[in-house]
Structures are given as C-alpha cells and as structure tokens.
Design a protein around this ligand. Sequence first.
Ligand code: NAP
Length: 214
Amino acid sequence: MLAFVGGTGPHGRGLALRLAMAGEHVLVGSRDVARAKAAADELNTRLRTPAARGLLNAEAVAQAEVVFLCVPYQSHHATLAELAPHLEGKVLVDVVAPLAFSRGRVRAIQVEEGSAAEQAHALAPGARVVGAFHNLSAEDLLLPDRSMDCDVVVCSDDQEAKRRVMALAEKIKGIRGVDGGPLEYSRYVEQFTALLITINRTYKSHTSIRIVGI
Ligand SMILES: NC(=O)c1ccc[n+]([C@@H]2O[C@H](COP(=O)([O-])OP(=O)(O)OC[C@H]3O[C@@H](n4cnc5c(N)ncnc54)[C@H](OP(=O)(O)O)[C@@H]3O)[C@@H](O)[C@H]2O)c1
C-alpha cells in the first residue's frame, strides 16, 4: 500500500495515478478528508477501478508501507513534525524540491540540513528516507498515455529502500531508476529542479533528465 501525503496536489495525484495504473493500491492523503476523497474518486474514475482511497494524512501514513511526501517545502517541516510518530520503520519517499519564486526567478532554498531529504531524516529518524521524483513534470504524469522518457535519480542511505523505490519508479511508463548514491546527494537532484523550471519557461516545455553512459 502506498500513501501520498499532500496527495491532492498535482505531483501527488500524478504519481498516484501512474502507480495505480501499474497495479498499486494508493491512499490519497490530505489535511481535509473531503478533499482526499474527492481526489481519490477522481483517480478511480480515470482508472476505472477502485484502486484509490482518500484519508487524512496521518491515517494514510498509518496504513501504508511506502509514504510519498508531496507537500510544498514551506510545509515540509511542520508536516514531518506531525507525522513522524507514524513513520517509524516506513519507507519515506521525499519528492520535495525546496524552491523559492521571486521577481520572476526560481531559486533553490539552502536547507540547513543540506537537503529536504536530510531534513526529513532529522525530523523522522525512524523513517527509511529516500529522495526521488524531483525532476519530473506533474502535468506529464497526469497524462496517462504519455511515456515519461526520463531517469529518476534515487538517493538514500538505506540500500533496500532505495532499490524498492527504483523498482516503483520503473513501473511508470518510460522511467528508468538511477542509483544516485547516499541521501546527502539528494541536494543536487532537488536543486536541479530550479534549472529545469527555468529551461521550461524559456522553451515553453516540460523537461526532465536522462543520465547517459551507464
Ligand atoms: N508540480 C510538479 O511538477 C513537481 C515536480 C517535481 C517535484 N515537485 C515537488 O512536489 C511537491 C508537491 O508539488 P505540488 O505541485 O503537488 O504541490 P502543491 O499543489 O502546492 O501542494 C500539494 C498539497 O500539499 C498540501 N499542502 C499545501 N499547503 C500545505 C500546508 N501548509 N501544510 C500541509 N499541507 C499542505 C495540499 O493538500 P491538502 O490541502 O489537501 O492538505 C496540496 O494539495 C512540492 O514540494 C514540489 O517541490 C513538484
């Protein structure tokens, strides 16, 4: 069972849609149960199977083995502080890119712990934290027929959790999982998102990344 905290937003809904298409059961989490249920109903309508359920964030986390954290960076700290007791022993996939938008530019926020993923480890030390899915377009994920044709770089200090998340990534059409090394390397993947958004604006496109030479 997979849970998506903040799963009512485009990135959480997109990942939930693609993984449910691949046969996973998904729990859409929200701070508001009505919003969670509405998002799950919409997914089930698109999937034509009852693969999704909507729950409060903490209830979704409690029922899942793998938890995707899909909230804005501005609520990363508070959300983890609240959910930490429920995350003990679970794989926590942090997809959060710490970004600030001002005066027409997007910049990476310098996180005290080094990255959002390391901040998650500090706040929820019992969770098996993995950083992944930062360099994807949610809009493309929400187009179920579109092949993503990109790599997802996956960083973690927990080798088994990393392998599990790489395998989940590869269930999405056109994605290859790439081992990005330890959790501290998540900072580079998170920060790269600012560059991709800037390129997207210039070329009016949805870019992602491909590592060549492997
Ligand atoms: N969008 C993309 O293309 C993309 C790509 C790569 C990475 N990401 C990363 O993925 C994460 C989610 O992106 P998104 O575009 O889906 O974000 P979003 O729409 O801004 O937020 C996702 C959900 O987070 C919850 N949320 C909002 N404010 C909150 C708060 N103060 N406290 C707790 N929960 C709050 C909301 O759910 P409820 O109101 O239902 O609780 C919201 O639907 C971000 O950190 C982003 O950096 C996004």
